[in-house]
Design a protein around this ligand. Structure first.
Ligand code: ATP
Ligand code: MG
Length: 436
């Protein structure tokens, strides 16, 4: 018999159907065995009675995470026996059970709250928990929202390389890989150069890129491999235009998440993010004045948290832009504000206490860019490929990069970005722990 997906069961009351999935929980109640069976669409309760004697023998063997195919008759549950969730009103009265694969005894109870290390040690198992499925369903929605907003705003998607010849940020943060002809290459720390180059053909370009950072961070917000939602646009007057595009993009993502996952915000016990018509914007100096801190080239993590609390309280916003960082504290290609030197036309977007995005207007003049490279001790010769984009004419342009994992974490109030990454890589882990 053809398989019915759990989602379709409520329309099948009174019919005999086949379902398939994972045993989530088995409960023995006197002569009855109850099974919660999970498939891609949700969990449905099945009940095995002694009348189905063969099924009962098999049911007694079942443990969590066994995969099974079950034939049964779909029944409505009595009013006083209804469960939670979308399928709480129905139950499958089991006629037969086939075991598709067995699971060994689990190392822990899947419904228990696990510490992060245990969660990460057992990802092939723990990614199956309701919490993880929520997190990565939300992440998919964020990705979908990003792509659809970008397309709506007339951007073209391209794929950026992960292996590059020279580090985009010109820093020491790149992983080195051995490449053909006894040369070294690097894993990209950002798709920055490539999205700027793509302004040439497309004017407005975006990419979902893997970025790799070798800094030896051990924090709740850094990964060695992250996913960057990048865009770049030409013919701008200042950083205000990329900020407006980003604002609309974030607003579209929040709308989609709010509309699609109201239940998820309830389960994570926090409201959907609040984003007004305009995201409040402060210059770094204004932010520092509010915080009562002396001038520094950036906000520290505590400062990011405090200024977000301010934005929430004073402007009723879960988002806040910080602009006008000192040019020398930003990447070499950042445009200096001609009226505000030595401050730049760079911006950060903070969301619920954390930087999730950085962007700026970029330098577009070939000679000026080469001059800046010299100032920073970078050898333009090494960047000659990238520099062609400017040599052959690129309009004033700018863009930004959002960390997908950080955005996911802040969306659901998850403390550590590693939990918002299906397979996080960090200082001590590539799937398995590197050292004790
Ligand atoms: P931070 O100052 O918090 O270390 P950054 O300023 O070095 O971050 P950018 O180079 O501005 O990061 O990268 C743009 C965005 O990409 C960041 O705002 C963040 O959301 C994300 N991102 C950058 N590096 C990481 C990382 N190591 N782990 C997770 N996300 C990252
Ligand atoms: Mg940044």
């Amino acid at each position: 018999m053809e398989r019915t997906i759990n989602r379709e069961l409520p329309a099948q009351i009174g019919k005999t159907v086949t379902i398939a999935g994972w045993v989530d929980v088995r409960r023995d109640h006197g002569k009855l065995i109850f099974l919660d069976v999970r498939d891609r669409s949700g969990i449905v309760q099945c009940v095995v009675t002694p009348r189905a004697s063969e099924a009962m023998e098999i049911a007694k063997e079942l443990r969590p995470q066994f995969t099974v195919a079950i034939v049964g008759e779909l029944k409505e549950r009595p009013e006083n026996m209804r469960g939670a969730g979308p399928f709480g009103g129905i139950e499958l009265s089991v006629q037969s059970v086939v075991i598709l694969s067995r699971a060994q005894e689990l190392p822990f109870d899947m419904s228990a709250e696990l510490n992060l290390d245990t969660h990460l040690d057992y990802l092939p198992l723990t990614l199956r928990t309701a919490r993880s499925r929520d997190i990565f369903t939300m992440q998919e929605t964020i990705l979908e929202g990003f792509r659809s907003s970008m397309r709506k705003q007339d951007f073209t998607e391209f794929t950026a390389p992960a292996i590059v010849g020279e580090d985009a940020e010109g820093g020491a943060a790149a992983f080195r890989v051995s490449y053909h002809h006894d040369t070294s290459a690097f894993l990209a720390t950002s798709p920055q150069f490539y999205k700027q180059i793509m302004v040439g053909p497309f004017e407005r370009a975006f990419t979902v890129a893997k970025i790799f950072r070798a800094e030896k961070h051990s924090t709740t917000r850094h990964l060695s491999e992250a996913t960057s939602l990048d865009f770049e646009m030409g013919f701008i007057e200042s950083h205000r235009e990329p900020m407006a595009v980003l604002s609309r993009c974030v607003s579209d993502i929040v709308s989609l998440a709010t509309e699609r996952h109201p239940d998820m915000f309830e389960r994570f016990d926090l409201p959907p993010p609040v984003i007004g018509d305009e995201i409040p914007t402060l210059t770094l100096r204004e932010a520092q004045k509010i915080l009562g801190v002396t001038e520094a080239p950036d906000l520290d993590p505590a400062g990011e948290r405090s200024i977000c609390e301010w934005a929430k309280k004073e402007r009723a916003s879960d988002f806040v832009f910080i602009t006008a960082f000192p040019t020398k504290a930003r990447a070499f290609y950042t445009y200096e504000d001609p009226h505000e030197a030595p401050y730049s036309r760079g911006f950060d977007l903070l969301f619920r206490g954390l930087e999730i995005n950085s962007g700026s207007q970029r330098m577009h003049d070939y000679d000026a860019l080469i001059g800046r490279m010299h100032e920073r001790g970078l050898d333009p010769q090494k960047f000659s490929f990238y520099l062609q984009a400017f040599k052959y004419g690129l309009p004033p342009h700018g863009g930004s990069a959002t960390g997908l994992e950080r955005m996911t974490a802040r969306m659901l109030g998850i403390a550590n970005v590693k939990e918002a990454t299906a397979f996080p890589r960090d200082l001590n882990r590539i799937d398995i722990r590197l050292s004790e």
